[in-house]
Design a protein around this ligand. Structure first.
Ligand code: AHM
Ligand code: MG
Length: 307
């Protein structure tokens, strides 16, 4: 499997952490390859991942391509994926100059069958995993929609980019919004899972919100969070009655998304605690995720506290 040359960022190239930027270049470089490979990879691979979920051929392809690209980046000491049981040692001591990179290679891959949005989620941690989100130095997601966008956050803020492959094969990242901020007036909401599986307090909160906001739920966290970042609102994959830790994974999904949304002016919680402060026991730990405009997230925390 070949990984295209790393792209050069243009349109106001960011001067963030060089290793994190090199990781995001590597991720951007793989994005057109992943897109191109998906049409033939919509079937089950016949294997299960560390969370006991069946894995599609597209999940495996994205995982391998991204794993090859990210472990080749200087300064990456360890690579962990939602699709891999254990970490890959990429050389270098994590926390002593080298970073640990955690990815969800193809978030929302069950949307492959219906051809709806999917994404890739990336967290760059300055600590061996499992770690809390406070150890993130940068995070990003790629959204494979009608166009390929990439949202990148680091200490300096959040920006939105478009990823394109030029006629000469080079992949470019172009900044379309240099300072992405959550709109003040929320418009949309999207909540995962089945209503009968929701705890009563969350259902009551959802009933309130559906009178105020428009439903936008696409079944891929990256796509649904991107709607929240674009229009303002709240996304949740809540604690369920029979799954109090919800569905999403802290290291690969919730932490990077919380980092991005918080730096864009929003908030993220597990219902009680800021997601970035949640202490994991293992790298595949799950966590309930409620993320979006701060006022909505605070209302949600109050609603859950009443239960
Ligand atoms: P995945 O990473 O295996 O695709 O699972 C995570 C996805 C999220 O993108 C999405 O929010 C959620 O699962 C959808 O679950 P559901 O179909 O239960 O609503
Ligand atoms: Mg996912």
């Amino acid at each position: 499997m070949t990984v295209p040359d790393a792209p050069r960022a243009d349109g106001g190239a960011p001067d963030g952490d060089p290793t994190a930027e090199a990781v995001f270049d590597a991720v951007a470089a793989t994005a057109p390859e992943i897109r191109a490979a998906l049409p033939g990879r919509r079937v089950e691979s016949g294997t299960e991942n560390a969370s006991g979920e069946s894995v599609l051929a597209g999940d495996l392809y994205a995982d391998e391509l991204l794993g090859d690209a990210i472990t080749a980046v200087d300064g990456v000491g360890s690579f962990v994926s939602e699709e891999r049981e254990t970490a890959v040692d990429a050389g270098g001591a994590v926390g002593e100059g080298a970073y640990a990179v955690a990815i969800d290679p193809l978030d929302g891959s069950s949307n492959l069958r219906s051809n709806n949005a999917m994404g890739t989620v990336v967290g760059v941690y300055d600590a061996p995993l499992p770690a809390t989100g406070r150890d993130l130095v940068a995070a990003s997601y790629v959204l494979y929609g009608p166009i390929t966008t990439m949202v990148v956050a680091d200490e300096s803020g959040v920006r939105e980019e478009v990823v394109t492959r030029e006629d000469d094969g080079d992949v470019e990242r172009s900044v379309v919004e240099a300072d992405l901020r959550l709109p003040d007036d929320p418009l949309v909401y999207g909540f995962g899972g089945r209503v009968p599986d929701w705890p009563a307090a969350f259902t009551a909160f959802a009933r309130e919100v559906e009178d105020e906001l428009k439903l936008r739920y696409g079944g891929a966290m990256v796509g649904d969070v991107n709607q929240v970042l674009t229009y303002g609102g709240i996304f949740a994959y809540p604690a369920l009655v029979d799954a109090p830790r919800g569905k999403l994974r802290l290291s690969f999904e919730a932490n990077p998304i919380a980092y991005i949304v918080e730096r864009a002016g929003g908030a993220a919680t597990d219902g009680e605690t800021d997601i970035l402060d949640v202490e994991p026991d293992g790298v595949h730990d799950r966590v309930p995720l409620y993320v979006g405009n701060e006022a909505l997230v605070e209302r949600l925390e109050d609603a859950l506290a009443d239960e």
